[in-house]
Design a protein around this ligand. Structure first.
Ligand SMILES: Cc1cc2nc3c(=O)[nH]c(=O)nc-3n(C[C@H](O)[C@H](O)[C@H](O)COP(=O)(O)OP(=O)(O)OC[C@H]3O[C@@H](n4cnc5c(N)ncnc54)[C@H](O)[C@@H]3O)c2cc1C
Length: 380
């Protein structure tokens, strides 16, 4: 058992940290305030292969293993959670399924632009009446001899406002057969695909999360990802990996929160001494740090299992539920350390607090993660 990062992983962390602090940190507050997406910085990230982290070099990616992928997401999110979300969703649940389930032709047409960051990807599962229960989705796909015709409404699409390639989950309508789902790759410029207004989110601002509406959207038969009817399998497999990315995102938010809270605790004086000398403040710092380390081990453990090709369903769910709850707790404690100033926009802690909450919701709520864990335990 190796608990130390390899030389390569340590270098990746240092490099991404430097990039995040020099390029992302200066725009984080403005992204949060105005919701703008920094295309120029995204281009630099594309040049660094952050949009093709685990995709092999032959398709334009960096060919990293999952632990390094998690480190990249963690370090970006430590400074800018909205960009962390962009990269986590793009890599984890958009580029990854196109690589895993796409045929060679689809990899050339769709994976290469995704991995090189020329197009940003989405994963469109949630609908107004299908959230935790994705199997109740209503978006339909009707097949004729040359194309599919898609109709339906997708909501909460991360990266929606900036996407070029969208993975749309829809139920295929065939006479007399039971309802089956498939995944359809739909380019943003296709007629019949419309993007709704960007959501006014509590956190993760700067990531343009929006609805996507499909109205008689016609796509060629070659745009069905994997086999027709494999949608549920693709969704579950993809989310198992994607959850490690969200756990890494939560970990980065927690670490960023601890770093600014430590700094503030050392700088702030009350009763004639630094507040870091008070036991109550030290308890917050000790609890935050201990839980962050525990979350980090869970994230790397799930990543390691995935890298070894072993089952990681339970471990991904554990990493996701634990790391996201640590992020919510750590940001609450961090805000408390900052006192009244933490409740203002003068310090980044209130943004961490808002950003953290989303990690408990997307790619399966904490309640759904617990169901996944319990189901595996009971079946083992
Ligand atoms: C910022 C953001 C970005 C997102 N990005 C994407 C995206 O890119 N793609 C995408 O497809 N979706 C995305 N989502 C949607 C997200 O995945 C869903 O919001 C989430 O799965 C929950 O669905 P819901 O909101 O419909 O809540 P519901 O399913 O209605 O759940 C409401 C509450 O009931 C609980 N609940 C539901 N069923 C059970 C059960 N069986 N047992 C116990 N409790 C239960 C839930 O845990 C929750 O607390 C995003 C959401 C947000 C907020």
């Amino acid at each position: 058992m190796h608990l130390e990062p390899s030389m390569k992983q340590a270098v990746i962390r240092r490099t991404v940290r430097k990039f995040s602090e020099t390029r992302l940190a200066p725009v984080t507050a403005e992204m949060d305030r105005t919701g703008f997406f920094p295309w120029d910085i995204a281009q630099e990230m594309a040049d660094l292969k952050y949009f093709g982290l685990e995709i092999p070099a032959q398709y334009g990616g960096a060919g990293l293993e999952t632990i390094s992928h998690a480190i990249v997401i963690e370090e970006i999110s430590r400074v800018n959670a909205a960009m962390g979300l962009c990269v986590a969703v793009h890599n984890g649940v958009s580029a990854s399924p196109v690589y895993m389930f796409g045929n060679e032709e689809q990899r050339k047409r769709f994976l290469v632009p995704l991995a090189t960051g020329k197009k940003i990807g989405t994963f469109c599962l949630t609908e107004p009446n299908a959230g935790s229960d994705a199997s109740s989705l209503e978006t339909s796909a009707v097949r004729n001899s040359k194309e599919y015709i898609l109709n339906g409404n997708k909501v909460f699409v991360t990266n929606g406002g900036i996407s070029g390639i969208n993975l749309i989950f829809a139920a295929i309508q065939t006479d007399g057969e039971r309802r089956r789902f498939s995944v359809y790759i739909v380019e943003s410029e296709r007629e019949g695909l419309e993007k709704g207004p960007v959501e006014e989110l509590m956190g993760m601002r700067g990531n343009p999360v929006c609805p996507i509406v499909l109205r008689d959207c016609r796509i060629p038969l070659e745009n069905c990802l994997g086999k027709e009817g494999e949608g549920l399998k693709i969704a579950l497999t993809t989310l198992n990996g994607g959850r490690i990315g969200i756990a890494a995102q939560a970990l980065g938010i927690s670490q960023g929160c601890l770093d600014v809270s430590l700094k503030y605790a050392k700088e702030r004086n009350q009763f004639g001494r630094s507040i870091s000398e008070f036991g109550a403040i030290q308890n917050f710092l000790a609890d935050m740090s201990t839980r962050i380390e525990a979350a980090r081990l869970l994230v790397y453990r799930a990543s390691d299992l995935k890298d070894k090709g072993l089952n990681h369903v339970k471990e991904s769910a554990m990493a996701k539920v634990y790391a996201s709850e640590v992020a919510v707790d750590a940001t609450r404690m961090g805000l408390q350390i900052h006192g009244g100033y933490g409740y203002t926009k003068a310090y980044p802690i209130e943004r961490f607090y808002r950003d953290a909450k989303a990690c408990e919701i997307y790619e399966g709520t904490s309640e759904i993660q617990r169901m996944v864990i319990a189901k595996r335990l009971l079946n083992e």
